[in-house]
Each structure stands twice: as C-alpha cells, then as structure tokens.
Write a protein that binds this ligand. Structure first.
Ligand code: GLN
Ligand code: ZN
Length: 756
C-alpha cells in the first residue's frame, strides 16, 4: 500500500528572497507591476515543480501571496475597508491596504498565533458588502494545472478569518458569520464549477486555542454548508500549533473529506482520532516550525499508534503546519556537523517522501539505508560534544529554582530614589536611536574586514558621543547609549554567546517583504566574555547623568530563535538567563546604576491552550528573575514590553518584579493601563507617550495631553515618561523634535499641573 504525502503550505518569499527584492523594487518605482508579477509566477512555478519532482502528492496552490494570505482572504471575500474602496486599480488597492498610502493608514498587523509571522487583521463593519472574488485562486490553480499539477487549494477558513478579525465598535466578529459564509459559498461554487473534484484545504488554526461553544456551533454550520455545495469536491479542514480535539469531534459528524492535524505541537490530537474514522487523516508529522532533522524512528512509532484509530489507506502524511515558518534550504550553509542535523523546507519535503516510502515499502534498500543514516545522525547529535557543556549544567544546578534579588520593592525603591535623584516623571527612551545607513554600512564593513576593529570602534564611539550630546541638550533624565553597535536585539547577543549558530541564508518571512534570520540554539549556552560592558562604561564615562544599560531578556532571546528540541525550552531559557546574570553583574560592577532587560517577545510566547499557560508563566518569570537576581538593591532594573494586552497576565508582570516596566500605550491610551491600576500594581511604570511606528512628530501640547491622560490612572510618583519602543526605525529628523517636545511636556506637567 502506498502512502501519500501532502505539504500544508510552502514558503513564498524565494530562496534568495526574490519576492522581497521585487516587491521593494516595485514599491520604489524601479520596476513595473508586470515585472513583479513575472517574478511571482516564476517563484510559484519553481516551488511547485520542486515539490512535484520530489514526489509530493498533494501540492498547495494559493499558498502564494504578494503580502499576506489573510489580506488575500479579505480580497477574496470583498472585505475591503471603506477607506480603500475608491481605489479602482486592484493592485494599487491591495498594497494600499497592506502599507497605507498618502490618503489612508494601513490595515494593522499582528502575530499569527505564537509564531513570528504577522498577518493583516481584517476590519469588519456594517458598511461591508461581502462579494466573492475567486480570480486569484482559479488563476493559480490553472497555472499549476499547466505544469501537470492538480493543486490542493489553500484557503483560510471562515472561523479563523472571523476569529482573527476586528470590528468597529462592540460587535463580535462572529456576528458577521452569515454574510461571510455566503461569500465563502460563492468561492466554493466557483471552484466546483472550475474543477468539479477539486481538493480544498481550509486552515482553521483558531481551534488550536480553547474554543467557545459558539465557535464550535458555527464550525458545524460552516462546514455543513460548504460541504453541501458538491459531493464531488473534497474538503479538508486543517489545524496546527496545538491539538484541536473539540473541533475534530464536531467535524467527525460532517462530510468533510479530510481532517489535518498537527502531531508535533499537538500530541494530544491522538485523543480525537476516533472521530476521524471514515475520513482521510492528514497527519502532520514533520515539524514545520523548527529546523531539526526529523527522527524517523520516532515518527514511524507515532504512526503505528495513529494506525490504531485510522486505517493506513486513510492516512496522508504531511508537515505539521505550513513550511512558511522555516527557511528554504541548506544549500548555502556549508557542511559542518551542525548543518547535517538540520532540515529546512526543501529537506523536509524530502523527509516526508522518504517517510512515505519507509511506510509503503520498508524493505526497499534505499529505505533501509536512509533509515540507518537517519538513526546514526540522530544518535550522533545526541552524543555530540558540541551540545553539552558540563560546566553549564553544574552552574545551573548550583543556582536552584526560584532565585530572586535581594530586597522588597519598597526597600529597593527608597534606596534607588536616593541614589538616582531623579525628578518626578523622569524622562527616558527605550534604548535604540535611529539606525542610519552609515551605521549599517559600518557594521557591514567591519564584518567584511574593509575597516579595522579600531576604526569601527572609533566610529561607534562617535555615534555614542552624538547620541549623548543630543540627550543632554534636550534634558532627558536617564540616558541611553543608542545601541549603534547592534544589528538586531537578539542576534547581537546570540553572536557572542556559546551555543548559538548563525546561518548564512536561513531567512524566514516575518511580514510583507520583511524577513528575519533567527539564530539557532543548538547547544548549552554560556557567556565567554562581557557583551555590552565596553560600550556602556564608555557611554557612562561621557556623561554625569545616569546611563541605562540595555540587555535583551532570556525569554525574548528564546522566542526569537530556533530552539534545540532535545531539552525543555525552560532549561534553555535558564541557560540564557545565567549568561545575562553575569552581564548584569558586570555592568553593575562597572558603575551602571540602571539596567533594562527587554522582554519584547514575552507575551508572544504564550501557549495557545490555557492548560499550559501557568507552566509557561512560571518558567518565563523564573528566567527573568534569575537574570536580574544579582542586582543590588540600589541597582534599578527596568524591563520593556512591546504592544501587549496585560489584562490576563498582570499577575505575571507583577511577579517579574522589575523596578520599572515600560510599555506601548501611545495609540491605545489608558486601555492597557487600567489593569495596572485595578490590580494595585506597586512598581513604577513608563507608559509610552510617543508612537514610534509613525513618522508623525507630536507637538508639546499633544505630549502634555498624553502625559496628563496617563496620570488619570497612574500615580504621579510612580510614572515615567518615554516613547512606546526603540527609535531605530525612525530618522533623526523625526526623533530630534519629537523627543525635545516630549521632554518639554514632561517639564511643564511637572511644574504646572500638580493635580492628577
Ligand atoms: N531596546 C530595544 C530598542 O530600543 C527594544 C526594542 C523592542 O522592544 N523591540 O530597540
Ligand atoms: Zn518595544
């Protein structure tokens, strides 16, 4: 019996980021739209033919996107926000929705579940007239057809679309169910008319989160309707990133052709398999979120377990989720032992094909060889001296669990107030200052050895000097050095820590044309030498004001890396924390009196299922506390988090016990802050008053209003004044007047408004 293979989705940016380059050239006006479309068509063709030649049975179409598939779904349904409706040209309108234009702000983005991929958030309101547009789907389907591929059509399912949408006012997005479903019905009818036995994969990852009774009821309604269009169509409903057993039981009673489940991150899906009987199970077995070679023996054992519930002829094996979250291929990564342990998208495609062969024909010599080689590789990685460092485990053991710094907040706060002598409503920034083209060129030059280390250092110091001079000139209270030496807040630290590997070309799409190259944590982590002390002590020596040291926190470093899968994430987080512990101590010894430990990605690491949240919060907080546990009472610890809703995690923020937390609030006003007040949060808070995502320069009056408004919910002696986030994406022309106005506003409020 021959097992079939399916790829949930394939990356689209191009092995050499061709789509990124073409998009950016098009936006800059350097190429015409036709040229962009040609590049896109070539990428689709290349990706399809690769999968076909590798031997994949079910290849996705409509997994391509010029910007984002959620945005494509808005177009498919006619969910075009009012402000873009007057744009007649479809391409122009599409990119205006994604990026904004001179007349309208862009649609907003947020992270796709707990990944680092950002999608465009659909906006629903009563002015929408949903109207199906299947043209993209059908034309991509035909393109693949011309290459001899009967594509599986990928579409984001209606429940996930609605569940991730936002509405104007107090509407629940699911109130739009009927209108949205009828547009989906039109799409499915159009597909049926075009190819009567088409295979459609509806992605419904929303069911990986604890579903509400209403979601389950609407799931039933939606797929009862969609499967009624034609009995010849084959409909798959796919979830990923967790188990979705509640949904599986609902779908069991509906004539969908297949159910796609993630057995990598959703091991508990096994418990729902009784409901799959009689349908095809798309078993997600090869990890689409991580980059390690798949352990074939383990996977085959898991399949044997699955086969107790679903008969083998009804099993299709697949990736656990779209390969969008992995880089393309190892081709440019050399051939070190470490690289042999890795599998990116292309290698994963081959893994799947081999697994199918191993299941279908276990006695085939090439299968026997492959299994043996795989087993050897897995064993070699496990026992490799590259990954274990006895010193690290010894040191970890000596620290024990639940380490924390000395002194209660009240004690620390009193000492810090005295030592730092800051005015009321102290002003500061979040760390980075504009990353100019010169700074980027400088880093490139030193890497390529076009300039010497000495030249590089001199230039960085010059940048620090300028940054300090500016901050002193406008009168900021707590200064920063500006982070000119950092390319990226995680990469900078990873490059100096042991246990991290940096790839040459392992780009992953983050949003639109933006890609990131996450570091790879492969072994025990330690800090061979101080990472920031040189720059910070230099900076402190240049000013009499307080200089704030700047580190990236353990949880953020973890969440923005590909992490080893042989030990728990919590252990890796502790190892990073220990390295940061050393850094905090060194900074303190060198005379730095405030240290900020950024936890920008703390919230995005939250598990999707409530049952796992407590455990995550425990070890994440533990890691943060360990990192700062060497701080003396007098040393003030700050942390910073980017846009986050703290309503369900305020108790966790409290446990982190940072002396000061800075958060993003310039756009959302007091909505995110109210919870701090309700909770009676005792430590200090710096609510953002400057929206750094916008080129706008607020004037002094606007800053005064922002500050006064924050004072309605925060105590005056606990509040700081600062921007929402780092300034690295802004220009000096924007930052100079904006920060000047911010400082002036703080002074005015300090002296002229004594009432809250
Ligand atoms: N210190 C960092 C900076 O200012 C924080 C960035 C972030 O929160 N994303 O750039
Ligand atoms: Zn931030």
């Amino acid at each position: 019996m021959a097992y079939k293979t399916l790829i949930t989705g394939y990356p689209r940016i191009g092995e050499n980021r061709e789509l990124k380059k073409a998009l950016e050239a098009y936006w800059a006006g350097d190429i015409a739209i036709d040229e962009l479309k040609k590049t896109a068509a070539l990428l689709r063709k290349t990706h399809w033919l690769f999968q076909k030649e590798a031997g994949i049975d079910f290849i996705s179409v409509n997994d391509f996107s010029y910007y984002d598939t959620m945005l494509d779904t808005c177009v498919m349904l006619g969910a075009i926000p009012q402000r873009f409706r007057s744009i007649a040209d479809a391409d122009e309108r599409y990119f205006a929705m994604a990026r904004g234009n001179s007349a309208s702000w862009a649609m907003s983005m947020t992270k796709w579940f707990n990944t680092n991929y950002h999608f465009i958030i659909p906006e629903l309101d009563n002015s929408l007239v949903f109207k199906a547009d299947s043209s993209k789907i059908l034309s991509e389907y035909d393109e693949a057809r011309a290459l001899g591929i009967d594509g599986k059509i990928n579409i984001i399912g209606p429940l996930t679309f609605l569940g991730l949408s936002k509405t104007v006012g107090a509407d629940d997005p699911y109130d739009y169910f009927d209108a949205v479903i009828s547009a989906y019905m039109q799409v499915v009818r159009a597909i049926a008319a075009h190819a009567e036995d088409a295979l459609i994969q509806f992605d419904e990852p929303i069911f990986a989160r604890d579903p509400s009774p209403r979601q389950l009821e609407l799931l039933k309604k939606a797929y009862t309707a969609l499967t009624s269009v034609s009995s010849k169509l084959r409909i798959i409903v796919t979830t990923y990133f967790e188990h979705s057993n509640e949904a599986t039981f609902v779908l069991g009673g509906i004539p969908v052709w297949g159910i796609g489940l993630d057995f990598v991150q959703g091991a508990r899906n096994i418990a729902g398999l009784s409901a799959v009987a009689g349908k095809t199970l798309i078993a997600g077995l090869v990890d689409g979120r991580n980059i390690w070679v798949n352990d074939a023996e383990k996977t085959l054992a898991l399949l044997a377990e699955i086969a107790h519930f679903v008969s083998p002829e009804h099993i299709v094996i697949s990736t656990s989720c779209s390969l969008l979250h992995t880089p393309y291929s190892l081709e440019k990564e050399g051939n070190s032992p470490l690289v042999q342990w890795l599998a990116f998208a292309k290698e994963k495609v081959h893994e799947l094909v081999y697994l199918a062969k191993a299941l279908s024909d276990p006695q085939l010599p090439e299968v026997i060889d492959w299994l043996r080689a795989n087993k050897e590789l897995i064993a070699a990685r496990k026992s490799s001296s590259l990954i274990t460092d006895a010193q690290v485990s010894e040191r970890m053991a000596s620290f024990g669990a639940g380490v924390s710094r000395v002194g209660t907040f009240a004690e620390r706060n009193a000492l810090q107030k005295k030592a730092l002598a800051l005015p009321e409503l102290p002003t500061t920034t979040i760390g980075s200052f504009p990353q100019t083209a010169q700074l980027r060129a400088l880093r490139r030059d030193v890497k390529a050895k076009r300039i010497t280390e000495e030249q590089y250092e001199a230039e960085i110091k010059r940048s620090i000097d300028e940054c300090i001079a500016f901050q002193e000139e406008i009168g900021l209270d707590v200064l920063v050095h500006g982070e000119p030496e950092r390319n990226d807040m995680v990469e900078y630290f990873g490059e100096m820590l042991k246990g991290f590997h940096f790839t040459k070309n392992a780009w992953v799409q983050s949003y639109g044309s933006r890609c990131v190259k996450p570091p790879l944590i492969y072994g025990d982590i330690s800090r061979p030498y101080p990472m920031t002390v040189k720059w910070l002590t230099y900076a402190q020596s240049k000013t009499a004001k307080v200089m704030k040291g700047m580190l990236t926190g353990p949880v953020t470093i973890l969440n923005w890396s590909f992490v080893r899968d042989d030990i728990p994430r919590s252990t890796v987080a502790r190892q990073i924390a220990l390295s940061l512990f050393d850094e905090v101590n060194d900074l303190q010894t060198a005379g730095i009196r405030i240290v900020q430990v950024d936890e920008a990605a703390f919230k995005e690491g939250y598990p999707l299922r409530k049952e796992h949240i407590g455990a995550y919060e425990n070890w994440a907080v533990d890691a943060f506390r360990l990192a700062v546990s060497g701080a003396k009472k007098e040393t003030q610890i700050h942390t910073h988090m980017c846009y986050s809703d703290f309503s369900d995690s305020i108790h966790t923020i409290e446990k982190m016990d940072a002396d000061v937390i800075t958060i993003e609030t310039a756009r959302s006003g007091n909505r995110l802050l109210a919870v701090f007040q309700e909770r009676g949060y005792a430590n200090e808070i710096g609510p953002g008053v400057y929206d750094i995502h916008s080129p706008r320069i607020p004037d002094k009056e606007e800053f005064i209003e922002q500050i006064k408004s924050r004072l309605k919910v925060l105590a005056r002696d606990k509040m700081w004044v600062n921007p929402d986030c780092g300034l690295k994406t802004r220009t000096w022309e924007e930052v100079r007047p904006a920060l000047h106005n911010m400082v002036e506003a703080a002074r005015t409020v300090r002296h002229c408004y004594t009432e809250n």
